[in-house]
Design a protein around this ligand. Sequence first.
Ligand code: AMP
Length: 604
Amino acid sequence: MSKLIGIDLGTTNSCVAVMERGECVVIPNESGDRTTPSVVAFTKEGERLVGKAAKHQAVINPQRTISSIKRDMGSDKKISIDSKKYTPQEISAMILSKLKTDAENFLGERVSDAVITVPAYFTDAQRQATKDAGTIAGLNVRRIINEPTAAALAYGVDKEEPQKILVYDLGGGTFDVSVLDINGGVIEVLATAGNNRLGGDDFDDALTDYIIDEFKNQSGLDARRDITALSRIKEAAEKAKIELSSMTQTEINLPFLMQKKDGPVHLEMSVTRAKFNSLTSHLVEATMGPTHQALADAGLIPQNISKVLMVGGSSRIPAVQDAVRNFIGKEPFKGINPDECVAMGAALQGGVLSGDITGLLLLDVTPLSLGIETAGGIFSKIIDRNTTLPIKRSEIYTTAANFQTSVDVKVFQGERQMTADNKLLGEFHLSGIKRALRGVPQIEVTFEIDANGIVHVTARDLGTGKSQDITITASSNLSKEEIDKAIADARIYEEEDKKRKAEANAANEIDQLLFRASNIMKRLNKEDKKRLDEACKRVNKLKKSKNAAERAEAITELERIVTQMEATVENNAPRNGTGEENGNFGQGENGANDDGSVNSDFKD
Ligand code: AMP
């Protein structure tokens, strides 16, 4: 069997590792570096560059250089270069392809299988896109695993006593924080939070701005107007930032940076760690909000955390480590290179899959709740947010209208109570349902999410055995911000949503009562029929009323009458009533919804 590699396909940098004789080895690229910039460029001469070479020419070739493609994974964005359009999957595949080639050169043999990591909050569509990118690169993607889970594996915490750990991952362009539960070789992601627009690049920018301002004060020259000078300062800023992680002061020397009438101007200055800290304290602070959030979402306090794992190159910044130490009250773990531990964890998972390592199971979670739309636009949750994967769960639904022979299964993702406020992931049609009165057919809807987080939904009419299914690979997926917003909105609109759900429930209840009334109407004597008809009309009239109390009172009254008359009809034989028309129900008659969507609605 050919080698199975573990790939950390990062926003800024990627890394690849492999298990060799029971040891996890990070594979250097052709330049000897252990990480490779996730950058792709197309030169004007038609050459394709990937990695360091692409990053180096980015400033002079910005239109044809693609960075941070990971942010677009799963979207339908296209990148146009010359007359050709590339999908994010294709660009990511170019990076994966390079990593595969580097691995093959290092190992001296063909590589066909891989485990690739993704952020824990990636939606199914983003995971599917990552898998597709691997396939395009000629890799058989055996597993997609969550980055914090991979980090935990690399640190070997799965073998320790049961505990809760925090994974703080600050990379070049993204920040993710996750809380994991480790128990008996099982790793479960309890909660995740973060900011996918915050990372080491922001620290570079803050220092770059400072250097440019200082240089302007000294020389009167504005380096922002000179693309070459700007690019040299940016590079120097990142270098200085990295040096300030191990030194308290560093020198920046950029000879011949710009030109004045009387000759060249050189930049020479020193920057202290204290100055760097003051320039970037707001960035460090910005990581603490999501850290608090993840802990709160997991229902924990800092004292419950037994270990903090530092991941991502920027977690080496001393002020970042201080902030985490102060919050959790423990020294962060730094045993493994923070920019390599995710790839190492992926390689270890590869070892599990190929049978080299035993006794380890991986569990991940759904980032948002999943469910379907039922009558009145109510979101019926089938799988809750943060449920451990893989998962399979079924619910039984029924039809909303008489003799309804088909249903539209609309799959939504989100935290709000009405589907209109959530995200439609996909839909399909189940037809061939046996003709029956509303409420009689039993339709089983099953959600299955595999270990890679890919969603499969099936609807089956238990009466006929007919079924229909869908695998969600929708391009209309959610970004990290959208997920955070969905969760925040659900909190903000909780009260309002409750009201809207109550309205929709009341409308459904009315339909149900009118339906029961219509069933017995023909079997009633004239007097009872009149009484029931009046109660139905009153309810119908109040259906849209803002006066919830009056409407509730009318519903209760109708319920009482219907129940009473159903009992009378049951007890009376021979039955009353002969072939008269149904009562005059007006809107909602025979269970139709006001929007006329009877054939597309489910009932709980
Ligand atoms: P990653 O995406 O995990 O590879 O992280 C890349 C980011 O980490 C870049 O912004 C680097 O400048 C930054 N980085 C790498 N090493 C250090 C260091 N020693 N101190 C501060 N930042 C670093």
